[in-house]
Design a protein. Structure first.
Length: 290
């Protein structure tokens, strides 16, 4: 049995086919250009293989309610040219197999959850954040994706400002003081005039950002009480998470019990940002058993 995965990002698409043991058998990566060109490349790729189901993990916002008239669409995305794009309909018209549709971070969250189970971790829940060009988050509770009215938008929760960051406007056009507006990759350019990869961990801006990310972890800890919180994306590193753990411990102040922070606030278990691919294989497999 071959399963299909589309990890649809605003910069690139990663398509893959794999088996029911979540092993990648083939993969292709190509730039995200226009919807017509990009989705056609994805459809043409899967026509080469006898896939039995496909899971799509897409940038958003997207419509995940199957009762909605625009189910399967990318909706109000800021990605130019991609507003109101019928993603699922386009693929299904050319590759007529069952399709599961969710957000990119939900796909990654599910991949990390599956990997934890395969590693015999005793967990029922986790939260996954990606911090890159934007910030998103997905949650698994009791093995199920969180969200019914729509998918979570954890990157747009509002935060308390750091005292050394009061004059920074924020880069989110909707909510200046949200997590994405204060810690996403473009904030380095906005604050310092250079890319994040060129900013050493000794720069005070990393302490400002860890203060914000720790607030996000505090929120999901107190609201969802997950077994662990995973961070992926280009901005994240183990050295940065050490700062986040430090600030989170101060903010939590022993109020509730959490696991050892080195095991609670962690980098992805799946290397090379492959969490969404594994998650898609698992979701496609689950779809066939539904």
């Amino acid at each position: 049995m071959l399963l299909g995965s589309i990890e649809a990002g605003g910069t690139k698409f990663v398509c893959a086919v794999g088996n029911e043991n979540y092993q990648v058998k083939d993969t292709i990566t190509f730039p995200t250009t226009t919807p017509q060109e990009t989705l056609q490349k994805a459809a043409d790729y899967f026509k080469q293989f006898p896939v039995t189901a496909i899971s799509i993990a897409s940038f958003g916002p997207i419509e995940i309610r199957q009762t909605a008239a625009n189910y399967g669409y990318i909706t109000t995305t800021p990605k130019k040219g991609w507003q109101n794009t019928d993603f699922v309909g386009f693929i299904k018209q050319q590759v007529n197999v069952p399709i599961f549709f969710t957000t990119d971070v939900n796909g990654s969250a599910y991949g990390e959850y599956v990997m934890s189970l395969l590693s015999n971790e005793d967990i029922d829940s986790l939260v996954y954040y990606t911090i890159g060009t934007g910030v998103g988050g997905g949650a698994i509770i009791d093995g199920k994706l969180v969200g019914s009215l729509g998918h979570p938008e954890m990157g747009h929760v509002l935060l308390k400002r750091h005292s050394d960051d009061l004059n920074f406007k924020g880069v989110c056009p909707y909510h200046q003081d949200c997590l994405e507006g204060l810690v996403s990759g473009p904030t380095f350019e906005a604050r310092l005039g250079k890319a994040g990869k060129d900013v050493p961990l000794t720069n005070p801006v990393w302490d400002i950002m860890s203060y914000y990310v720790a607030q996000a972890v505090l929120q999901v800890t107190l609201i969802l009480r997950p077994d662990k919180v995973v961070f992926g994306g280009g901005v994240t590193s183990e050295a940065f998470l050490q700062k986040v753990r430090r600030d989170f411990a101060k903010m939590l102040n022993g109020y509730v019990e959490v696991p050892d922070l080195a095991k609670y606030i962690v980098m992805p278990a799946i290397a090379d940002n492959g969490s969404a691919t594994v998650g898609n294989f698992a979701l496609a497999k689950r779809l066939l058993k539904a």
